[in-house]
Design a protein around this ligand. Structure first.
Ligand code: CAA
Length: 258
């Protein structure tokens, strides 16, 4: 597969999607989001892909939805085409782990796309923000919802209402970012994390992801029940026997995803 707005590769169990519209600060136009959806649809069923990294370039992850594409749209246009809902959210239903490796600007839809991933590894030059208010709109891909759940009401209000950028130190303190690494090490660190995830038993990796995501939508007691039953179910796998036997034997486990 070859694409106009993204570049892709698969190596050592990890699929990498690089957003690639350098002249437009990787603005997320509809063709780019369609290409992203197409790749994820394909990789969902590709057993060579066990984890995914989504990244941009050293200066920008993505500067948001494409303002020039949106500029002339009317309410009826965006409502009828179901803008955002149709085509933007495939990453949130992708069942394998997705890491956002963010350097430079992650603004508007760029910040929202990073938040759709399972966690963010950020470079020390990363900046996050929801500047939509400056355009006469509000975030439409999770900037008032996922951001509020990630960093709380006070900071989400501050960012969405002032439109200011948040530097990476603040983003890490606030809990938006899992780790901060030097910009030159970003891809190495993201790939190292993704390869380590890819080396584990996929049923346990995928259930861990499901279980954590359920924490955002359930009461604690419901969430604990989900976790407990998923934990129990993994004792039905050969990989649980192998993982524990390997520990006892002091060797590396050979997981078979069974
Ligand atoms: N859409 C379309 N084009 C964009 C863009 C965007 N979101 N962001 C940047 N570009 C384009 C610029 O128009 C410019 O194109 P030209 O060379 O043809 O003029 C090119 O990318 C380079 O941009 P700048 O000259 O502005 O670069 P800079 O280094 O001076 O500034 C920036 C970088 C701070 C990211 C600045 O480009 C910027 O503020 N971009 C817009 C950020 C924004 O408002 N994002 C929210 C979009 S709305 C949204 O995302 C809605 C949603 O919730 C889904």
């Amino acid at each position: 597969m070859s694409f106009e707005n993204i570049q892709i590769s698969v190596d050592q169990g990890v699929g990498v999607i690089t957003l690639h519209r350098p002249k437009a600060m990787n603005a997320l136009c509809s063709p780019l989001m369609d290409e992203l959806t197409q790749v994820l649809d394909d990789w969902e069923h590709n057993s060579d892909v066990r984890a995914v990294v989504v990244t941009g370039n050293e200066k920008v992850f993505a500067a948001g939805a494409d303002i020039k594409e949106m500029q002339s749209k009317t309410f009826v246009d965006v409502h009828t085409e179901n803008f955002i809902t149709a085509g933007w959210e495939r990453i949130t239903t992708f069942r394998k782990p997705v890491i956002a490796a963010v350097a430079g600007y992650a603004l508007g839809g760029g910040c929202e796309l990073a938040m759709m991933c399972d966690f963010i590894i950020a470079a020390d030059n990363a900046q996050f923000g929801q500047p939509e208010i400056k355009l006469g709109i509000i975030p439409g891909a999770g900037g008032t919802q996922r951001l509020t759940r990630a960093i709380g009401k006070a900071k989400a209000m501050d960012l969405c209402l002032t439109g200011r950028n948040m530097a990476v130190e603040e983003a890490e303190r606030a809990g938006l970012v899992a780790r901060v690494v030097p910009v030159d090490d970003l891809m190495d660190e993201a790939l190292k994390a993704a390869r380590s995830i890819a080396s584990y038993s996929m049923p346990s990796v995928m259930l861990a992801k499901d279980s954590i995501n359920s924490a955002l939508n359930t009461s604690l007691s419901e969430g604990m029940m989900i976790e407990r039953r998923m934990f129990h179910s993994l004792f039905a796998t050969d990989d649980q026997k192998e993982g524990m036997q390997a520990f006892v034997d002091k060797r590396k486990p050979a997981f078979k995803d069974k």
